[in-house]
Design a protein. Structure first.
Length: 388
């Protein structure tokens, strides 16, 4: 039989206890918002299987666990490896713990039978076909209702805690970049620079980088998602660096800068000024009520008017948070309306095969009356020259 664990309330009013209480309240509020959305969508309960969504709703940092929300008391279905961790990270949350011979699907069937649930929503964007088949086999009396982006929609609007975490992720990324530019050597390879950057961010207190960084010299910068290779960073007049840091709380930042390692030649200056102007126009368009496609267009038209529309093949930006790419998306067909609390990247680029690419990226918070650029690294081309 499964066991149920709950964190008992105590009279401890220590600072640690108060902090844990605030943390617990934060996640409870998120679950309440989700439950309200489920009522609007006429979904009796939702099985949250996406590991990031489970973490967002509970604070649980493990994996291989599902959360059932909407029927009343939320229930986390996990296993014996995490019983103590759940008690520490998720005080007050009911947890049903399975043994090593029980599956998640079997445990959900037992919980559904106990709660007399006959309809459960599933996260169709993350649950696999095999998992759904297993669920239907184990839960014969339950109809599973496909849903999409119910939790992801909530995650678009960051609360004060999340914004503070993203600010810390930006700070870590910028400090790491400062160390990188101060110690850059002409003979260092793209791969060595990438490894050094990650080591520096971890040494500064970050959990690591948000994603494998892009360090691309000269012509290789024409690849928007170039993987660091063995070429030296002093092998051309500039190097594009796209990186971000992960805060201790798991939130991401995402930045891109062009570092000039040689002489500023006219073509580099001309294209950089173009992308810089496009980014400024994009940032100026960020405000509550603006559609994502309108912000994209504000930057894209600058590049198109200069005859480089075909050289800007990706969207202007994306949301950041627990994931490095999340909603909303800023692209030509995106009708999402920006709202206060959203944090998005603004990253126009121009990529010329055989020559290289220019991209400038900052993280921007949508505020009540406009926006705030969270990143503060220099962007003027003359300030990005590094002597190596």
């Amino acid at each position: 039989m499964p066991t149920t664990s709950r964190e008992k309330e105590s009279g401890d009013r220590s600072p640690h206890s108060k902090a844990a209480g605030r943390r617990s309240d934060r996640y409870a509020m998120r679950r309440q918002k989700l439950a309200s959305r489920l009522r609007q969508e006429n979904v009796p309960a939702l099985l949250v299987s996406n590991v990031t969504n489970v973490a967002y709703l509970t604070g649980f940092t493990g994996d291989s666990s599902w959360l059932l929300v909407g029927h009343g008391q939320p229930i986390l279905i996990s296993d014996t490896r995490y019983e103590t961790q759940i008690a520490e990270e998720c005080p007050g949350l009911e947890a049903v713990i399975r043994t090593n011979v029980q599956t998640l699907e079997e445990m959900l069937a037992a919980v559904a039978a106990r709660l007399k649930l006959h309809q459960i929503g599933i996260e169709a964007d993350s649950l696999t076909v095999a998992q759904l088949g297993s669920l239907e086999k184990k839960c014969e009396l339950v109809d599973f209702l496909p849903t999409s982006s119910l939790v992801e929609d909530l995650r678009q609007i960051k609360d004060a805690h999340e914004i503070a975490e993203i600010r810390e992720a930006v700070r870590l990324a910028e400090r790491g970049f400062g160390v990188l530019t101060a110690s850059l050597l002409a003979g260092a390879t793209e791969r060595e620079v990438a490894h050094d950057l990650e080591h520096t961010v971890r040494r500064l207190g970050g959990s690591g980088l948000s994603f494998p960084p892009i360090v691309a010299v000269g012509p290789r910068a024409a690849l928007p998602h170039a993987r660091p290779g063995t070429g030296p960073v002093g092998g051309a007049e500039f190097v594009l660096v796209d990186w971000g840091a992960e805060s201790p709380g798991g939130y991401k930042s995402d930045l891109t800068r062009v570092v000039v390692t040689g002489k500023i030649r006219p073509k580099l200056e001309r294209l950089y000024r173009l992308v810089f102007t496009a980014q400024q126009r994009g940032i100026e368009a960020v405000r509550p009520g603006a559609l994502c496609k309108q912000v994209d267009a504000a930057a894209r038209c600058v590049i198109e008017d200069a005859g480089h529309g075909q050289h800007f093949g990706h969207g202007l930006g994306h949301g950041i948070g627990l994931n490095i790419h999340e909603a909303p998306r800023l692209k030509p067909d995106a009708d999402t309306e920006l709202r206060p609390g959203m944090v998005v990247t603004i990253e126009p680029g121009v990529y010329l095969p055989g020559w290289g690419g220019i991209r400038i990226e900052d993280d921007v918070l949508v505020t009540r009356d406009g926006c705030e650029v969270l990143t503060s690294l220099p962007k003027e081309l003359e300030e990005l020259v590094v002597a190596i």
